[in-house]
Design a protein. Sequence first.
Length: 530
Amino acid sequence: MTQFSDLNLDPKVLKAVSEAGYETPTPIQAGAIPPALEGRDVLGIAQTGTGKTASFTLPMITLLGRGRARARMPRSLVLCPTRELAAQVAENFDTYAKHTKLTKALLIGGVSFKEQDALIDKGVDVLIATPGRLLDHFERGKLLLTGVQIMVVDEADRMLDMGFIPDIERIFGLTPFTRQTLFFSATMAPEIERITNTFLSNPEKIEVARAATTGENIKQGVVMFRPSRKDREGSEKRALLRRLIDAEAETCTNAIIFCNRKMDVDAVAKSLKKHGYDAEPIHGDLDQSQRTRTLDGFRAGEVKILVASDVAARGLDVPAVSHVFNFDVPSHAEDYVHRIGRTGRAGRKGSAIMICNPRDEKNLEDVERLVQNTIPRLDDPKGTTAAASAESPVAETATEEERPRRTRTRSRSRSRDEAKAEEKSATVEPKAEVKPEPKAESTPAPKPEVKAEPKVEAAPEPKAAPEPKAETKPTAEVASEPKRGEGRGNDRNRGGRDRRRNDTRDEDVVGMGEDTPAFIAKSFEERRAS
Ligand code: AMP
């Protein structure tokens, strides 16, 4: 088996690699490093989690070992689709270049131009950037790309989704024709193929298996969900999500919940928080500092549930995620592979559980075709009534002032009478349609004390760039999401679900009128009797 020491890397790089605890190169590293060191173009078809970042950083550091940077003329350029990924690459660079004198700058949105300009003015060996921010600097006349000897394009397929391809083409055109190009993409869409044919010269092509498609360490399952009424779809689906999380409580240490649309990211995070879960949203419309804080919190185990859009979460290196919940079936089948690849990393066990609406069944077929497997159908964990535990539309649109009171009210009836409500609900419940197929084990449902353990090794994040076209603009509901540090944003600091449970003391309720549902009335009678 190839060892790092066989790869002709700079001894200083080898030392850093060994200090990082890596012994043998991963397949993408063993395949990409030798041609890269020979100065050849490389086309790596690999996704995050395969070790691809080191497959371009290690040879870059070795090749740049000789020579010095000149003011405003970086010697190498790494382009990443999101701020998170760019920051992650920068961290990798710091790890592997720690015994060298190479310098780097990170050009991402949300950081002041002034600081970044100062670094570039001094001259950097490695410039790590998102395409938009890089072009902003270029247009301000602060940057020359004619000194770029090595250019890396990371996650090209995501660049395509985000509409960055014209920027990438432009940047290619600003760098010298003689540059070396290391190009990485998880998939080879026709447009990506066109770019590589245009800008890469006789590349060495290395393709590594999609780890997630065959990942036997990832338990997969899908719950077929049918809302009882169209206007209740959102709240019933969120109630089902909570039941799924609860059912996994024993093994769920932390989780990423993926939604197809940004507005759902916000709605799901908000709703989970309201129900006492330790959840935070992350997507492209949130401001930089909030995204960084959320990610750092998630990595540190302070935030247990990250609710994310594909773009925001793509490529994040968060090795200890125990669960991925797909609130929707992704509309691009490849995203399923990326999403579930967030769990079960480095041989750990993981679970990937998805909810499928009737209208997503076509997408589910596409996913199953791509992974060449039938995803086991799961039962709704309790077969409960989503209606009983679903939020009312009123609560969903409550103002910040109104919300705490309503939340408490709801918590009261929920915590007391959930079971009774479920009984009753047979008629009301959305009853996630259950196809008893190969049944993936779902544990019975203690409450979700999604415990922390995550230790992570990557960096902060976001970008102001567009998210994939499929995502829609946030609605007013999204706009009302409280800022961190305000209102419910602090739930987790106050003890999250436990705290909420403690708050749900029963109180006498008057004025319910004659229409009080029997299951609620019963609880009062019991109370009165006692
Ligand atoms: P990446 O695909 O670059 O996001 O890397 C995924 C994870 O694998 C990161 O946590 C790396 O630190 C880790 N990693 C990279 N190279 C190796 C290696 N040769 N052996 C073990 N882990 C590695």
